[in-house]
Design a protein around this ligand. Structure first.
Ligand SMILES: [Fe+2]
Ligand SMILES: [Fe+2]
Length: 372
C-alpha cells in the first residue's frame, strides 16, 4: 500500500509507491529506497505526495544520527522527484544530492512535456490517443487547436499540460541542492558480463549504473552489501514512453542485468513501478527475460501489421493491435496503458515504429507508416 515501509534487508528499506488504477485522477508514485551504511544514509528518489513524504520523514528520524546524507535521483521525471525538498530538513553534517546532467531540463515539467507532445503531434493527434476519459481529452484537443490560432501551437500546448501534471503537486525538486553525477569521476564498474560505467558512492556503498534508456539521464543502482539491484523505470513494461527514450539502451541495460543475475550478483531486486521486492534470482531472471521477449514480440507484431497494411496511421495501427489481444505480449501492453499507467499505447506504438526505422509520410498529425 502507498507509503508502506518494507524492510528488504538489514538497514535497507523500500517505501512503497503506487500505480493507481485511474492515472487520470491520481499520480503514479515511484518507490523510494532508503539505505544506511555506518553513519551514512542514502535515499534513491523521493516519490510523490504527503503519504510517501510522511514515511520518508519517519525513516529518516529513525536513522538519526546521520553524518552524511545523499539523495540520488534515478532521473528527473516528476513521479520520482516531488519530495526532493526533504533535503533541507535532514539533520546531517554533510549532504549531497545528485541527478545526471541531462535530467536538469526535465525538471521544468511544462516546458519538457510541451516539447515532447509537440514532437509526437507531428505524427498523430496525441490527445485523441487517450482511450479513457475520451471526452475530456478530445475537448482538450479542441481547445488546443482554437488556442493555437491566437498564441501559437507550442504555447497552446503548454497551457494544457497542467491537465496531466497538476495531480502531482506539490512538486519540489530542490534544484538548488542538485549536483550532476558527471561532476564526479566516472568509473568503469565491472558487474555482469559487460562492464557498466557510472559512479561509486561512499565506501563502495551504492553503485550508480549508467543506463540512459528510459530517459537521457536515467540511472540504475546497485548496493553490493545486499546484492540489491534497483532498476528504476528501466523495467517498466514500455521501453519507449517519451520521444527522448532510447529503446536500445534499455534493452542493453536489461541484458546486462540478466548477466548479473546469471553470475549470482543479484539476490534482491526492485524497480520503481512494480511495488514489490523480488528475492528469488530465478524469478528476477524470468521477469527480465519476459520484458525483453514482450518488447521483441511487440515489434514483430507491429512489423506484421504494417507489412499486411502499409500506409496506416497510428490510430489505425492501434485499432488493428486491439484485434491481436490473444497474443500475450499485446495483451500485457493493452492492459498496462492509460488509465492503468500514464502512457497511451498509441505513443508507445509511434515511438517503437520510429525506433524500428519505419518510413512515414503525410500531413502533420496524419502521418502514414510504411514497413522498414
Ligand atoms: Fe520515468
Ligand atoms: Fe517513473
Amino acid at each position: 500500500m502507498l507509503g508502506d515501509i518494507i524492510e528488504i534487508a538489514e538497514r535497507l528499506w523500500l517505501i512503497e509507491g503506487e500505480m493507481p488504477r485511474d492515472n487520470d485522477r491520481y499520480p503514479d508514485a515511484a518507490n523510494v529506497i532508503v539505505y544506511r551504511r555506518d553513519d551514512r544514509l542514502y535515499l534513491i528518489d523521493s516519490g510523490v505526495g504527503p503519504v510517501m513524504r510522511a514515511s520518508l520523514e519517519r525513516l529518516i528520524e529513525k536513522n538519526r544520527p546521520i553524518r552524511e546524507f545523499t539523495l540520488l535521483n534515478s532521473h528527473g521525471h516528476i513521479d520520482h522527484i516531488a519530495n526532493n525538498d526533504l533535503m533541507a530538513a535532514v539533520p546531517a553534517a554533510s549532504k549531497h544530492h545528485y541527478l545526471s546532467a541531462p535530467g536538469f531540463k526535465l525538471l521544468d515539467g511544462p516546458r519538457y512535456f510541451t516539447r515532447l507532445y509537440d514532437t509526437m503531434n507531428t505524427y498523430y493527434d496525441t490527445f485523441a490517443g487517450f482511450q479513457a476519459r475520451q471526452l475530456k481529452y478530445r475537448a482538450a484537443g479542441l481547445v488546443r487547436d482554437v488556442l493555437a490560432f491566437g498564441v501559437g501551437k507550442k504555447r497552446a500546448l503548454r497551457m494544457l499540460i497542467p491537465l496531466g501534471t497538476r495531480k502531482f503537486e506539490p512538486v519540489r525538486p530542490s534544484r538548488d541542492t542538485m549536483e550532476a553525477f558527471e561532476s564526479l569521476a566516472r568509473q568503469r564498474i565491472p558487474l555482469g558480463g559487460e562492464a557498466w560505467t557510472g559512479w561509486v558512492m561512499g565506501a563502495n556503498d551504492v553503485l550508480v549504473l549508467e543506463d540512459r534508456g528510459h530517459s537521457p539521464d536515467h540511472m540504475l543502482f546497485y548496493i553490493p552489501e545486499h546484492r540489491f539491484l534497483y532498476a528504476g523505470d528501466a523495467t517498466f513494461e514500455f521501453f519507449s514512453v517519451w520521444p527522448d527514450a532510447n529503446r536500445n539502451a534499455t534493452r542493453n541495460s536489461i541484458a546486462k542485468c540478466v548477466q548479473m543475475v546469471k553470475r549470482g550478483q543479484v539476490q534482491l531486486f526492485a524497480d520503481a513501478h512494480h511495488h514489490k521486492v523480488m528475492q528469488d534470482p530465478h524469478a528476477v531472471g524470468a521477469f527480465l527475460e519476459k520484458l525483453l521477449g514482450d518488447d521483441e514480440t511487440f515489434q514483430r507484431v507491429l512489423g506484421g501489421v504494417l507489412g499486411d497494411h502499409p500506409g496506416l496511421t497510428i490510430p489505425e495501427i492501434y485499432a488493428r493491435l486491439r484485434h491481436r489481444r490473444h497474443i500475450p505480449a499485446v495483451r500485457t501492453y493493452l492492459d498496462r496503458e492509460f488509465p492503468h499507467a500514464p502512457p497511451t499505447l498509441q505513443a508507445v506504438i509511434l515511438l517503437t515504429l520510429l525506433d524500428m526505422g519505419c518510413r512515414c509520410e503525410g500531413p502533420r498529425r496524419k502521418k502514414r507508416f510504411y514497413p522498414v
